[in-house]
Design a protein around this ligand. Structure first.
Ligand code: AMP
Ligand code: ZN
Length: 469
């Protein structure tokens, strides 16, 4: 069974085959380190982590590069406004370098708490200024740049397939929707800054000499320069959140392909956003946003948030609610309790030969991942296996194997009182019956649960159960 991934570029699920046999090179856009990462950002990193783990599960070795944006990401996508790093520095009365250091460390603390595997190479943008200048020089030589008052820009009209990632109509939309006050010297609203000049009246904390004068790199430039330096001119997979399709990744493709004449990345994967009920996406610039610290303050294991992320496929929008995180925490606990019971049982009985039934679950799990990383389906297969009549040792082995991809620390002791999966299934069936207004069935199930020592009570946030004997 081969791994198929949805490629934003071709708008199709394609069988993944790396350029180098058996070795997948991945570049994932990393955090802009001027503030804490929010739970939406972490959803994207969890999706990318599942991608990395799934590639390993399918037998590929993985070389993953992530950048750290510590300069040049401006407040506005239209290449104006202040550098986010300078905004952070002013807000906290620290240097931009200290801000970068502090929020990089904070980011990886959350990243690791969510069981995301560390990238093989981390590239802070400020350490690749020379590579970025070299890339602009290459583009200049090929006639893709022009210089205006505030910087050196990429001329998108020179690249016939500019915008192919997002689609022509999308790019037309950007042109039409461009604000009138946007940089009037730009030849097209789609053109973007490669190198910005420091303004003479203001002293920037982060600036470098260049053939065009003192300044700093445009945000998109770092990813092209670092990805090509670390992974080669054509890379296997490039990913990020859905917001990157129209501008950031579109511009990465433009400047990389204009410079090399080769395809920049073969697979483009994008995770859809985590949204806050009704109010739209969760964004750093929007002020009120939730971080992993809030999850922990409320007493939840960070991995409950990871489990919650598996409630939707990565290409579906996911709505955040504390009720859902709470339900995820309970389910995670129940999974861990089941795995712990299996450990005890498996220790008592001699291990049976793995039967055909468990092999079927292994196959289904693989099929779920092979179908564009369907984590919700993979999780459902795991639950199905645990509820099945397969032997304890084989169920345990399967759960631990599945956890290599899910990364939920399933062999950890559960934190709270938990229900065995078969009883949890009855609670879920009862909830379903209530939803279908089949109150006769829901009452029968309530009685059946009570006979097994579980009292169910309906609350505004859904049914709550407790053990009564
Ligand atoms: P940033 O630190 O803003 O550059 O974003 C880091 C990553 O998080 C990028 O891949 C973004 O596309 C992604 N991202 C930003 N907001 C959200 C959101 N609400 N939900 C999911 N991913 C997001
Ligand atoms: Zn990037």
């Amino acid at each position: 069974m081969e791994l198929r991934l949805y490629n934003t570029l071709t708008r199709e699920k394609e069988i993944f085959k790396p350029i180098k046999d058996g070795e997948a090179g991945i570049y994932t856009c990393g955090p802009t380190v001027y503030l804490y990462a929010h739970l939406g950002n972490m959803r994207t990193y969890i999706f990318e982590d599942v991608l990395v783990r799934a590639l390993k599960f399918f037998g590929f070795s993985v070389k993953r590069v992530m950048n750290i944006t510590d300069v040049g990401h401006l407040v506005s996508d239209a290449d104006d406004g202040e550098d986010k790093m300078e905004v952070g520095a002013r807000r906290e009365g620290k240097s931009a370098w200290d801000i970068a250091g502090f929020y990089t460390e904070a980011f990886f603390k959350d990243y690791k708490a969510l069981n995301c595997l560390m990238p093989d190479t981390l590239c802070p943008a400020t350490e690749y200024i020379k590579e970025m200048i070299d890339l602009v020089l290459a583009l200049e030589k090929k006639g893709f740049t022009y210089r205006i008052g505030d910087g050196v820009y990429f001329d998108t009209s020179k690249l016939p397939d500019y915008g192919k990632l997002a689609g022509k109509s999308h790019i037309e939309g950007i042109k039409e929707g461009a604000r009138v006050e946007a940089n009037a010297e730009k030849r097209s609203p789609c053109d973007f800054a490669l190198w910005k000049f420091s303004r003479p009246e203001e002293k920037r904390q982060m600036e470098w000499a260049s053939p065009w004068g003192r300044g700093f790199p445009g945000w998109h430039l770092e990813c092209s320069a670092m990805a090509m330096k670390r992974l080669g001119e054509t890379i296997d997979i490039h990913c990020g959140g859905e917001d990157h399709v129209a501008i950031h990744h579109t511009n990465e493709i433009a400047q990389s392909e204009a410079a090399t004449g080769k395809p920049f990345a073969r697979f483009w994967l994008h995770g859809r956003f985590l949204v806050m009920g009704g109010s739209g996406k969760m964004a750093k610039s929007a002020g009120g946003f939730l971080t992993l610290a809030t999850v922990k303050e409320k007493g939840y294991d960070p991995l409950a948030y990871r489990y919650f992320c598996f409630s939707a496929h990565y290409r579906k929008q996911l709505e955040f609610s504390w009720e859902s995180v709470d339900a995820a925490a309970k389910n995670l606990d129940a999974l861990r309790a089941a795995v712990n019971r299996l450990k005890e049982e498996a220790g008592k009985k001699p291990a049976a030969q793995a039967g055909p039934a468990i092999a079927e679950f292994h196959e289904q799990f693989r099929a779920a991942l092979a179908d564009d990383l369907n984590a919700p389906q993979a999780l459902a297969v795991l639950w199905g296996a645990l509820r099945s009549a397969c032997g304890a040792a084989e169920k345990l082995a399967f759960a631990l194997e599945a956890d290599k991809v899910l990364g939920l620390d399933l062999d950890r002791a559960p934190a709270q009182e938990t229900l065995p999966p078969e009883l949890l299934a009855l609670v879920e069936q009862r909830q379903q019956a209530r939803k279908n207004k089949d109150f006769k069935k829901s009452d029968e199930l309530r009685k059946a649960l009570l006979e097994k020592g579980v009292a169910v009570e309906d609350t505004p946030s859904g049914p709550k159960w407790k053990l009564v004997k």
